[in-house]
Write a protein that binds this ligand. Sequence first.
Ligand code: FES
Length: 251
Amino acid sequence: MTLTLRVWRQKDPSVKGGIVTYELADISPDMSFLEMLDVLNEQLILGGDDPVAFDHDCREGICGMCGVMINGQAHGPEQTTTCQLHMRSFKDGDTITIEPWRASAFPVIKDLAVDRRAFDRIIQAGGYISAPTGTAPEAHSVPVPKKDADAAFDAATCIGCGACVAACPNASSMLFTAAKVTHLGLMPQGQPERDDRVVNMVAQQDREGFGGCTNIGECSASCPKGISMETISRLNHDLLGALRAGVRPKS
Ligand code: FES
């Protein structure tokens, strides 16, 4: 395949970025999107240019490190991670525009790499349990209804890539926070901090500058793990209950 790439280049956060166009030949449809970017970078390095910075780690769709806007869509045209997107999703001769996640809470570090530590701080605000876990207990010692176990597991598949924020016109992190609140709030081990957790995690996402959720649904539609909007209903339910009970965020 021969492609025209329009790539966002930005040396560092202090300078203005812009789109730079590159021509790429001999791209196999079986390459992943990141392998295609590797080919671009080899071409740039051989030509004495600075390679394009982009995040990645596992390249197996499980770590959540990769993520770029591809032709205006978070992770591109398929509902998967950028590393699991393959070039067979494009046609020979296509022009592909590649940009970093767009959200003020995710400032650009360089080119396509953004700083997603805001997500870490939301987790630090309450995305944990205090119950000692130890080794795996006997499965029947703490019974969990099957539907709760399934819903908790589905929510726990969130890999924190940030596509939900990038896809949302409000740059809201609600789906991410809701997934974490849901997966812990449905389990017996998550009950001691349940009220504090939701209040503090929501307060932290507001502090980070993420926008509010207006139920548009782009977050769920672009989530590589298909996290459901139902998690947001659960978060709102827990948040109202906690606030009515007088729980307030830590300052
Ligand atoms: S590199 Fe790990 S999910 Fe894409």
